[in-house]
Design a protein around this ligand. Structure first.
Ligand code: TYD
Ligand code: MG
Length: 460
């Protein structure tokens, strides 16, 4: 009998090598090769073990493909449905990633309980916790009577047996790094096992039309543990983010075959589980000291949703030779660029000053529409004068000090008006009637062309 074939697999990129090496030749990662036993195939030569899943199909004309129109199954949690693009699509595979303790299991247990009550039986397979532990959390969350099945199991094949037996409407697997298949000898969490788990649940989802949610761990640098393979296999990738010191949590879609990406759902962690926050602007502005120097409100867009966020700046005389520039929540390079524009085009002198910029509430903004608010907050702090009352602002700042138009102005203005802002300073280019920014009623719109003009309008 031939000895089983052994391969060494890079845990970073999935590349295989016949011998152990200190460094992966594909991706260059050090000490990432782990011994895995090549699979022994039980299927006859020539046949793939997945061929049983394949249905003999012939190509069909586009027009003849019938659609089950827009079927979405609601999880009963509005904010979660929103990131999914309106609910769970039958037969889809969803990956939810996030740091330990952020609330992945909590969210999924809440969603599973709702789903079981409204749609049909749910199988919650927990490889990390026992049924008792899951249930004691459920008690806290107020999970009532519903056809919710708990299974404490780490073997993929066993979980799939239960799926076949119960034929649930949804499967939750917590987590994909702790389950293992008996086809491989390697430890749970190794690349072979993770890929196998994703593939097996993918086939289960597609063939039995059972949507599955996999929980994924993230590595120290914040990316999903395991290789990119996992993200390619699944239909939807969601990230659960949040700061340890803030109670709000954000679920963000980074890939979605059935909806918009960078769609955002906002939650608040309370003593009785996660509470959806349907109006995040209110949350982010709740503690704002309006009229104080160094604070500006920007309307940004996350996915399809406008959110008002406070940008804070503090400029103070530097006591050391080398002034500090610190940005939290916006890109450091962007801040350097904006400060240069302020010096050169608006005549502000910042050479001997420390500049600190922070986005309140732990938010991160990466769209250029926030430029003007950063500029305004810094200038307001330099002059030690507050911005005009109940004024929101957005616009991109160019290197020659011009204010450039940005997309979806109407949406931003509407959100500002709804949150009680009576004046919006925006790029003159966005005042174009074709852009549908007119007629927003109560909100006064002030179009500006240059940084100087904007500061005149903003700082009284
Ligand atoms: P959990 O869902 O176990 O995190 P994950 O599965 O992502 O590792 O969430 C655990 C954290 O949430 C824990 O620090 C306690 C907190 N929590 C609450 O504040 N309130 C609650 O009702 C629950 C269930 C958890
Ligand atoms: Mg957990």
């Amino acid at each position: 009998m031939k000895p089983p074939k052994v391969v060494f697999v890079c845990q970073e990129c999935g590349a295989q090598a016949p011998k152990w090496m200190g460094r992966c030749t594909e991706c260059g990662a050090w000490n990432s090769l782990v011994e895995e036993r090549a699979e022994t195939s039980a299927t006859p030569a020539g046949a793939n073990r997945f061929s049983q899943f394949s249905t003999a199909s012939t190509a069909r004309l586009y027009a003849e493909v019938e659609m089950s129109h827009g079927v979405r199954l609601s999880t009963g949690i509005g904010e979660f449905d929103r990131v999914l693009g309106g609910g769970v699509v039958p037969g889809s595979l969803i990956l939810l990633g996030g740091e330990p303790g952020i609330g992945k299991s909590t969210l999924l247990l809440q969603a599973a309980a709702h789903f079981a009550r409204e749609v049909g039986p749910v199988l919650y397979a927990s490889a990390e916790e026992s049924e008792h532990q899951v249930k004691s959390r459920g008690d806290r969350l107020g999970v009532g009577d519903s056809p919710l099945y708990l299974l404490s199991e780490t073997c993929i094949e066993r979980i799939l047996e239960e799926v076949a037996r119960l034929s649930p409407a949804l499967v939750v697997v917590d987590s994909v790094q702790t389950v293992w298949s008996n086809k491989f000898q390697s430890a749970p969490g190794s690349i072979g096992q993770v890929r196998e788990a994703a593939t097996q649940f993918l086939f289960a989802a597609k063939n039995q039309n059972v949507p599955a949610v996999l929980v994924g761990h993230v590595t120290k640098d914040g990316s999903l543990a395991g290789p990119k393979v996992l993200e390619h296999v699944v239909d939807t990738v969601l990230y659960f983010e949040g700061e340890r010191h803030h109670s709000h949590r954000v679920v963000r879609a980074v890939k979605n075959r059935f909806g918009a990406v960078s769609e955002l759902g906002v939650f608040e962690m309370t003593g009785t589980g996660l509470r959806p926050v349907p109006n995040p602007s209110k949350l982010f502005l709740s503690e704002r000291a309006s009229g104080k120097p160094g604070s500006a409100v920007v309307c940004c867009i996350e996915g399809s949703r406008p959110i008002l966020v406070e940008v804070q700046a503090l400029v103070s005389t530097s006591t050391y030779g080398n002034p500090r520039r610190m940005a939290i929540g916006i890109d450091q390079n962007r801040l350097a660029l904006l400060l240069a524009v302020l010096e050169k085009r608006a005549g502000l002198s910042l050479a001997g000053d420390d500049v600190y910029v922070n986005i309140a509430g732990g938010m991160t903004i990466d769209e250029p529409a926030a430029d003007l608010s950063v500029v305004a907050a810094v200038a307001s702090s330099v002059r030690n004068r507050g911005l005009a009352e109940s004024t929101a602002v957005f616009g991109e700042v160019g290197l020659s000090g011009e204010i450039r138009g940005i997309p979806q102005a109407a949406l931003r203005i509407r959100e500002a008006a709804q949150m009680g802002f009576s004046r919006v300073v925006l790029p003159a280019g966005n005042l174009d009637p074709a852009d549908n920014t007119q007629g927003e009623g109560r909100c006064e719109l002030v179009g500006v062309r240059t940084v100087g003009e904007a500061l005149d309008q903003l700082i009284a």
